[in-house]
Design a protein around this ligand. Sequence first.
Ligand code: C2E
Ligand code: MG
Ligand code: MG
Length: 721
Amino acid sequence: MEQKILNYLPTKAFNVKDQSSNDCIFNDVCFKEMVDASPLGIFVSDEYGCCVYTNTAYHKISGMTFEQILGTQWSVPIHPEDRPRVIAEWRASLDRDTPFQTEFRFVKKDGTIIWTRITRAAMTSGMESNGHVQTVEDISERKSIDCILSTAEEELFEEKERAQVTLNSIGDAVLATDIDGNVTYLNLVAENMTGWSRDEALGQPLSEVFKIIDGATHQEAVNPAKRAIDEDRIVELSADSVLIRRDGFESPIEDSAAPIHNRHGQVTGAVIVFHDVSESRAMMLKMSHLAQHDFLTGLPNRALLTERLSQSIRLAHRHNKRVALMFLDMDHFKHINDSMGHLVGDQLLQSAAARLKACVRDTDTICRHGGDEFVILLSEIEHPQDAAQVCETLLTAFTKPHLIGEHEIYISFSIGISIYPDDGMNADAAMQNADTAMYHAKANGRNRYQFFIADMNTQALHRLFVENSLRRALKQGEFLLHYQPQINLVSNALIGAEVLIRWLDPNLGIVSPMQFIAVAEECGLILPIGNWVLREACRQVKEWIDSGLSAVPVAVNISALEFRYKSFLDGIALILQETGLPSEYLTLELTESILMQDADSSTSVLQTLKDMGVKIAVDDFGTGYSSLSYLKRFPIGTLKIDKSFVCDVTTDSDDATIVSAMIGMGRNLNMKVIAEGVETKEQLAFLKSHECQEGQGFHFSHPLPADDFALLLDTDNQKLP
Ligand code: C2E
Ligand code: MG
Ligand code: MG
């Protein structure tokens, strides 16, 4: 078969002999071998396009044998999707008689698809067409490389586009340079901020386009791109950088420069990213001021004080100087705030802050520590006496009133002072010690200053211990009440009792109120404690009444804080109502100083109590300051002569005179008089001879537990002397 074709071909189809004068080379066999040796597939077709010959390479490409191909159309293996295009091109080339070359997907016998390129030439004999010869080349490999390249190109384009759009739409300015520091790129923001268009800037030295100076010194700043390139790392611009625009306009900027690397990791340039921080810098300054200053007074706050104190201590240490820390607490501020309102309170604090400021050097720090507390830091002083001097100035300055609206308000401060390094080697100790000293200044009568002394810490610790123990005692019910009989000195009858609190501490045993009432008052725990005492006393007396005993009125001690507490009266009414005790069984003991603190408001509270049927006794009478005119006005039932007078009544003629005067005064004011602390027969005799009606003291009875006292209420069982 093959032989038959060969016989037919060389002379007829290729007309080789006609084209060449070299007869000997192109005999039939030689031609077949030559064609088979070709790496290109060869497909010879007759003038209708039907196969008359194919070479070995074509068989390889198509996966078919010559027999399978012979007589088939050349276009059979064209992929259906490519066929219409390829046929159209083929026809066009025939019409125009031009050479034909095209690429299409070739479907092999086993269905796999490869890319091929075919070239066609016509075989003619004179004017007559003898068919076509096509070369077929497998170009799959090239095609797939083309495909990869075009995908990569596409991706690269997209990536570039994305970068471009991103760089132009971000708020930051971006500027890039080559390794020599010449500008290679600017985004839109960078154009606006530098005043250079991209076209103008490209190739210019960076120092021309991106001029920066140090905002503080106004000196030219170090070029960050150069540093990023030289040091091959990201470089932050110095915090105070200012960019000078092409027209001279200055804008504070912030940000960084980073090196750009090539594929081999070598630095090829740098990119600077920066933004205008005029607004954020102003905001930052404002924020940092707010974070470090008190809103109301504008003074430094605790955070700034801590910073300055540490700094002062460091400096003092280096220069061998001292630092004084003064802790100031305004006296009775709460009272002013409660009675005049917060607005007046706030204005008063502002006025006080201004006055404090005027008393110290500019280099000293005044801080509002919170509420009505201020701290003054005197840096680098020579002697502790320097701090005393400042305190004197302060206390004098505050002798003048503050004018708030139409009010003239007098205020004073209690000041505690601690000195570094004398009283503590660090900031915490200095603060703690100044606070402790201030607390002592308060306890010693306010409106004064007090230097810290080491012993105070022991006292402060003790106080803290007591406070914590009291909280526990309240929670665990460790308090109990004792009742001390009060006697009618004429009839010797039991006419009442004073209620005295006791604390049964699991470790210490019975603790006297002298050891904890003051602490309870300072830390406010006296409110819940006092409430418990009142309720328990009322409950107990009601129980005695209910159990048929001939109960007597009881006197409960009330502290200043309780008396001034806004719901004091409501509390009393509630307790009476809840326990069901008739109010005539309740007396309240108040000291003169409590009553005189705010005499007008005392009058109204006492009046309400009287209206409720509750009686009032003035405790420790004679030890405090009282005004006779007020005493007259207060609805007081009883004066209790303090035991310090009674104690010496038989030995000290002054005390004897005072006691008899007090008895006379009570009689004139129409008040009952009871002598406290009656211990001896002699004292009793003196009191009786001066017509004092009532007495209370160890001579009659020590304070008794409730059960023991109840025995006295059983009239058949009375055991009093
Ligand atoms: P006070 O109100 O003046 O109570 C009288 C104090 O004198 C009591 O001390 C009592 O035990 C003591 N006493 C009584 N007779 C004599 C005597 O003949 N000679 C001597 N030397 N002392 C006598 P106590 O119980 O230690 O109470 C001390 C203070 O504690 C009380 O003084 C009172 O101010 C306060 N207190 C006691 N219980 C309470 C309470 O429940 N609430 C409040 N706020 N204070 C209380
Ligand atoms: Mg009392
Ligand atoms: Mg007393």
